[in-house]
Ligand binder design. Structure first.
Ligand code: MTE
Ligand code: MO
Length: 395
């Protein structure tokens, strides 16, 4: 098969390799923009409180003027707090106080939002907020604090209550170079929309999106050592970090036999980053392969990672990343390194050409530590990382 493909390559490519940059230019032009407009994110939700009429939204505290955040001890395993912040005591935190903190504490970072159970990125953007710890300290926690529970607005629908949790240490300190857990109020330099969880949403940079609770209203400080995440139901691993995986983008179903063609895709840089993306095509004339597997010893070929976008998409004015944003040089607004962990990136692969017939084409990431997808954590319930498969007919 390799010999045939190379023959096809020789036939159709100019003698020098000056056509190669054109493939790259085409790939860069054709892939989706890096920034996803807020309204174009894929939604995963138990409820849609943002659809309420304006007066009801205000009554529910789901506008910037009416939002309140309570920080209190868990009645079942109370942390010791000097200053519980509740509606009842009139000490709840509000949006004006958040904006006051934002003057000195605001941070921005880039993050892809991905559902643990889903094989795609829901959207990617620049998230802005205030570190949760700066608000948490205002409640004056003194002792017996091991975990932070938090949940969003659910009104009179207990089934819509969506809770997540973190070890308190993760909130108080950004170990291993992680960006902070934030109370997020802007996405792509615009106020966070109601659909995306506004007025205020928790964002946990390294985690799957179930840790990023929308319409956050309550922080519960607990001495419990256990997670109580809504996502613990459904057999999910609630302590997992985002994984690296590659996907195809705009893959043709049919290609001209023995002609080179362009394969494009995106990838998620998980906790161990992305070193490369590889592609492997298997001629079904040589026998079918299982639909899923690790295919460790298959003849994978390296693709090319596309550079950081020059234009980040129309979701932000001028397609420029607002400064300062973590991971970017504030003078040039360019990323200091690429890819950035927990974001998306794009890749391409120029296929030298396929002999006539049906082919199974797969792609995978290899992370900085040399693990090929779906390793080192292949289990679905800690995040989807199955190797993607597309069928291509060469005619
Ligand atoms: N309040 C609340 N927050 C939530 C959820 C929810 O149902 N309610 N779903 C979570 C899950 S499972 C995912 S994948 C993301 C989806 O975020 P999006 O709808 O902004 O894409 O929100 C998370 N935050
Ligand atoms: Mo999710």
């Amino acid at each position: 098969m390799a010999a045939l493909s190379l023959a096809g390559l020789r036939l159709s490519m100019p003698k020098d390799s000056s056509a190669k940059p054109d493939w790259r230019a085409r790939a860069i032009k054709e892939v989706d923009p890096y920034l996803t407009p807020q309204e174009d994110f894929w939604e995963v939700t138990r409820s849609r409180p943002y659809l309420m009429p304006k007066d009801k939204l205000a009554a529910a505290g789901l506008t910037r003027d009416t939002w309140k955040l309570e920080i209190d001890a868990d009645p079942d395993a109370p942390a010791k707090l000097g200053n519980p912040m509740t509606r009842e005591l009139g000490t709840a935190f509000d949006f004006a106080a958040l904006m006051e903190l934002a003057k000195t504490k605001a941070v921005r970072y880039s993050k892809a939002l991905t559902c643990l159970n889903n094989n795609r990125i829901l959207g990617s953007g620049i998230w802005e907020g205030v570190p949760l710890r700066d608000v948490l300290w205002m409640a004056d926690p003194e002792s017996r604090l091991r975990r932070v529970f938090y949940y969003g607005y659910y009104g009179d629908q207990p089934r819509a209550k969506f809770i997540s949790s973190l070890p308190v240490g993760r909130v108080l300190e950004d170990a291993f170079g992680l960006p902070p857990v934030i109370l997020c109020y802007k996405l792509n330099d615009q106020w966070l929309s109601g659909q995306r969880g506004g007025p205020v949403r928790v964002v946990v940079p390294e985690a799957y999106a179930f840790k990023s609770v929308k319409w956050v209203t309550n922080i519960v400080l607990t001495n419990s050592p256990f997670g109580n995440d809504s996502y613990a139901r459904g057999n999910n691993d609630i302590d997992t970090h985002m994984k690296s995986f590659a996907r195809f983008e705009g893959m043709p179903k049919k290609v001209a036999a023995n002609e080179p063609f362009l394969i494009k895709g995106y990838a998620q840089a998980g906790v161990s980053g992305v070193e490369k993306v590889q592609v492997w095509s298997h001629n079904t004339a040589d026998g079918d392969l299982p639909l899923h597997g690790r295919f460790v010893d298959a003849p994978w070929v390296d693709g090319e990672l596309l550079p950081a976008p020059g234009h980040w998409g129309n979701a932000i004015a001028d397609g420029k990343i607002p400064q300062p944003t973590r991971g970017f040089d504030p003078k040039t607004a360019r990323p200091r390194k690429w890819p950035i962990d927990f974001t998306k990136l794009n890749w391409m692969f120029v296929h030298p050409g396929l002999p006539p017939g049906k082919h199974m084409i797969r792609c995978r990431t290899v992370d900085r530590l040399g693990h090929a997808q779906p390793m080192p954590r292949p289990f679905q319930k800690s995040g989807h990382a199955k190797i993607e498969l597309r069928l291509v007919n060469a005619v």
